[in-house]
Design a binder for this molecule. Sequence first.
Ligand code: SF4
Length: 329
Amino acid sequence: MNSFPRHEGLTRKFRRSLLDWYYVHRRDLPWRANRDPYRVWISEIMLQQTRVAAVIGHYHEFLRRFPTVKKLAKARESSVLAAWSGLGYYRRAHMLHAAARMIVRQRGGVFPDRAEQWLDLPGIGRYTAAAIASIAFDEPVAVVDGNVERVLQRVSGKALTRERFWNTAQYLLDVEHPGNFNQAMMELGATVCTPRAPACLTCPIVDLCATRGETATTKSIPQKKREIHYSLVCRGDRHHGGEVSLVRRPLDASLMAGMWELPEIEPPNGDGKLAFTVRHSITVTDYTVRVWSGGTARSLNCRWFGTSKLKEIALTGLTRKILRKAEIL
Ligand code: SF4
């Protein structure tokens, strides 16, 4: 069941107004340059839980290193993780790599062209499958992400269940232009119908909206706060030819498995030297990160890495941030 009035004229107006607005106002994003399924797929995976601005630089670099699905399938996992470094949620990179291997080995490098086939690949859920199939192959399937949910909720003025979001999005979908329509819905949510202050005066579907921003605000989840401590231990001249001590995260860790980071330590009892503090946010936690210098690396698993080699190994995003601040990277 959908939550938009079942009225042919209104539905047509909704589609036309939204698409006309999108063709003029869409942001010029690199993955919109063409509809190549490989590029659409990479961008959709990178954009999961990551801001557009953070994805842009990584997207170009990733495609430079792995320009085709065959190159990605052949790559070592450590190189894929290194290229992903800084984007976070590394499980996505593991899945992307596994899916590339399946596409090459089981499908001879040919991409699926329907959403239900994409769902068989690792790392692909209902939203991502529909996004890729509609954008790259014009399959008439609607998408629902957080932006689309917000737009639909406000347009209908009703609290919708998950399934009703999907049904309403599918009802409204312009089946002649499914990829652009889906992107237009998401773009509207990202740039006009924003969580805190929807810009209803500039909204192309304001005439068709039941709330015009009145029920607007989406509650933000309160951030937790945590303090963590790392040891930054170097030998030699750390800016020229020196080495830094790193430790590898366990291969079965649920987050950032197998990546390298600085050794985490207990807060020193007055004998350490605080080098600096950085702030870092991961999902709902704001970390205050204290970095201590001097001393010796205590973990048995620590390894020394030449500072010139650091760019080639898979570092966690926080480690990169710390090493940049210390002017080592
Ligand atoms: S009129 Fe306002 S609340 Fe309604 S869809 Fe447009 S921006 Fe969102």
